[in-house]
Design a protein around this ligand. Structure first.
Ligand SMILES: O=C(O)C1=C[C@@H](OP(=O)(O)O)[C@@H](O)[C@H](O)C1
Ligand SMILES: C=C(OP(=O)(O)O)C(=O)O
Length: 425
């Protein structure tokens, strides 16, 4: 088992925020579906992005990688259609890869097998299964788990989708319906959670020449026979990752986050408002966000539109004055781990007071935590959140299974050290 020991230190300094994972997935897919050469600037090869890259290659897309300082430029040569060259797609542990690539596999009529690892094998796909039954699309799985075999073709038409299980099903359909013969409509049958991710999809699609009409998130109207246009695309910084460093600044000393688009459509940009509402000090200087030592306080946070922020908000809450309530968080249980249980259990081991409820958490904040041995539950966001909690622990924090951070942020602990963190692997 891999573990890391962190000696409590206040972090301070400048961090270049890595490129957005969500936007990177979308850009690779859109470039892969275009005819001709696209360039995607500012990419890193986290495990999830590597899974999408390998997946898109299976559809006959060529990619080349050019190193540019800490990141890469990716040259993508698409054929404008799916030309299956490998019929087994390993999505590793990436929900986005799985749910985005399934509809693409259905654009041709050979069977494709999707495999995965860890918790991904049991993360829900029922939204697709229900649609496949309605549309006569063949699929087979092992008791609802991966591996999943699917066989196209998918046709244009009306797709009724629940919006409160995962927005990733909507994104998956939005990639392929514009390419089909005939117009389509996606009707959202419940309230839509994670709206910001659908906004990101529509925005990246637009950059690649695909137009979708968003009727107030109740339905999406999609003209058929559209074509993706190869383009030069730059991936902006990731607010879900910046959230860790912005919180580190509030709990420690001044942390400057560079490489963020201050007008980004990323739903997790709301971390700025959440930290400020908790009394955290965040300012803007040029293109950077600066967070600084503050006395934070408990509030009520609705995470239905920003689920990925929950672990780090819980850390801030555990070290704030008073009580914080995290509400509308049920979907956190179907991510890489049961994130409500994982963060409550592990922060309590460090001496925090976190109560777990069916669809939320109640956190009674403390000035300091004790420290101790915790586990990541093989979940990158739990590992990173626990690392930030160490800033205000009295004794060292040992995180077991810490290397899962590579799922989204392979150099997280390098950045942690650059900010003055003392860690022993
Ligand atoms: O579309 C995306 O890039 C994502 C959507 C969200 O999932 P849900 O829509 O399932 O909440 C988020 O949790 C995930 O990390 C990335
Ligand atoms: C839930 C996440 O990703 P995915 O759903 O793509 O596995 C995440 O990055 O926190």
């Amino acid at each position: 088992m891999n573990s890391i020991k962190i000696i409590p230190r206040k972090l301070k300094g400048v961090v270049d925020i890595p490129p957005s994972k969500s936007i990177s997935h979308r850009a690779i897919i859109c470039a892969g579906l275009s005819e001709g050469k696209s360039i995607i600037e500012n990419m890193i090869f986290s495990d999830d992005i590597s899974a999408t890259i390998e997946g898109i290659k299976s559809f006959g897309v060529d990619l080349e990688f050019k190193k540019a300082k800490e990141t890469y430029d990716v040259l993508v040569n698409g054929k404008g259609k799916v030309d299956l060259i490998n019929d087994i797609i390993d999505c590793r542990e990436s929900g986005s890869t799985l749910r985005f690539l399934i509809p693409i596999a259905l654009m041709q009529n050979k069977e494709v097998t999707f495999v995965g690892r860890g918790k991904l094998c049991e993360r829900p796909l029922d939204v697709y299964y229900k649609l496949f039954k309605q549309k006569g699309i063949e699929f087979r799985n092992e008791n609802g788990r991966l591996p999943l075999k699917v066989k196209g073709p998918i046709m244009s038409g009306t797709y009724e989708v629940e919006g409160n299980i995962s927005s990733q099903f909507i994104t998956g359909l939005l990639f392929v319906l514009p390419l089909l013969d005939g117009d389509s409509k996606i009707i959202i049958t419940t309230n839509l959670e994670s709206k910001g991710y659908v906004d990101l999809t529509l925005d990246v699609l637009k950059s690649f020449g695909i137009e979708i009409v968003n009727d107030n998130y109740r339905q999406f109207l999609i003209k058929g026979n559209q074509r993706y246009k190869a383009t030069h695309f730059k991936v902006e910084g990731d607010y879900s990752q910046a959230a860790f460093w912005l919180t580190a600044g509030v709990l420690g000393e001044e942390v400057v986050c560079r490489n963020l688009n201050l007008n980004s459509l990323q739903g997790d940009r709301v971390i700025i408002d959440i930290i400020k509402a908790m009394g955290g000090n965040i300012t803007i200087e040029g293109q950077s966000l600066i967070s600084n030592t503050s006395n934070s306080k408990g509030i009520v946070v609705d995470v239905s539109q920003c689920p990925d922020l929950t672990p780090i908000i819980t850390v801030l809450a555990a070290l704030s004055n008073g009580t914080t309530r995290i509400v509308n968080a049920r979907r956190l249980r179907i991510k890489e781990s049961d994130r409500l249980k994982a963060i409550a259990t592990e922060l309590n081991k460090l001496g925090a007071e976190v109560l777990e409820f069916e669809d939320g958490l109640v956190i009674n904040g403390k000035e300091m935590l004790d420290g101790g041995v915790v586990d990541s539950w093989n979940d990158h966001r739990i590992a990173m959140a626990l690392a930030i909690a160490s800033i205000r622990c009295k004794k060292p924090v040992i995180i077991q299974n810490y290397d899962c951070v590579k799922k989204s942020y392979p150099n997280f602990f390098e950045h942690f050290k650059e900010l003055g963190g003392e860690v022993y692997e």
